[in-house]
Design a binder for this molecule. Sequence first.
Ligand code: ADP
Ligand code: MG
Length: 368
Amino acid sequence: MSRRNGAAAGPPDGERRMERGEPLLSVEGLEKHFPVTRGLFKRQVGVVRAVDGVTFDVRKGETLGLVGESGCGKTTTGRLITRLLEPTGGRIVFDGRDITHLSQRAMRPLRRDIQMIFQDPYSSLNPRHTVGAIVGAPLRIQKVATEKGIKATVQELLERVGLNPEHYNRYPHEFSGGQRQRIGIARTLALRPKLIIADEPVSALDVSIQAQVINLLEDLQREFDLTYVVIAHDLSVVRHISDRVAVMYLGKIVEMADRKSLYESPRHPYTKALLSAVPIPDPRHRERRERIRLQGDVPSPLNPPPACRFHTRCWKAQEVCRTAEPPLAELAPGHRVACHFPEEPPAPARAGGREGQENAPGTTSPVS
Ligand code: ADP
Ligand code: MG
């Protein structure tokens, strides 16, 4: 496929290019408070603190996993970054440019660079349009190629995502769930984006298909030099694809680290609890891990608990957790944790990196 079909109208490549390792995306204190209104006059009676001060960088070429239970603000974060929603606070810098409050018009050229993959491949594809029309739509909207060029590009994309290019004239209902997600991915790639926000890209798919789609995303990342934010409610989904992982709870990041540190020595009790629910593939390690069952439901972001938001469900909580909010502190290089009583890292003698070691008996004392 010709890069950007030769019709790019943006600044020349030299200006755009960034060294690997530099942030492509920086999010600082990002906030989205939805007003809650009541009555005929829409009197504001409260706010939903869906995203409440989130800060992270995504380096060029890397994959950041964004994980947390349903309702913690992952989708809202994705929609803020893609500017489908207007932030109520904070800053978004993409490719060196502050895009926090760009108008829709000013955003239009950037829409090619930042794309989103949605969870539900059934509802995100128009059932009345052919695959060719769906995948080619971004090219038509941005007017970057002729009709003939579009067909060739779409067929190339279909092939690249593992679909038959001959299926150009078929309709979404003729495909399986996994194939539909591939159609969605092909559409996302059409404009050669730099950043892709994949919001629960495999959650609606059979487990047997999930790994195939994740592998496809990984292959495409290398081939197209993509940077990903992959959103999931389950730590097992982002394990293989993520370079770093951020764990969210009620609109805030509670822990962020490189993949190995996060999975092998989680420091926040919430991360530890989430991880304890992830199946361990190796049966030899299975009995060594205690399943931590979190009590109660996630509190409402309409009225989040004060200080540490996790304290109502945390087995380690003490008075300070109810009165002072723990900052997201860097406890080890690149490992940030917002907790007054973080878990200890594994002792150096045992920190050989073997999986399952962090779950040795005696390292947790969950109350269940
Ligand atoms: P997640 O993707 O992690 O499941 P969301 O970002 O979808 O979470 O939602 C975070 C919180 O914000 C939820 O409590 C949700 O109900 C609320 N929320 C999302 N969109 C809106 C909206 N448009 N108006 C009011 N509340 C919203
Ligand atoms: Mg969501």
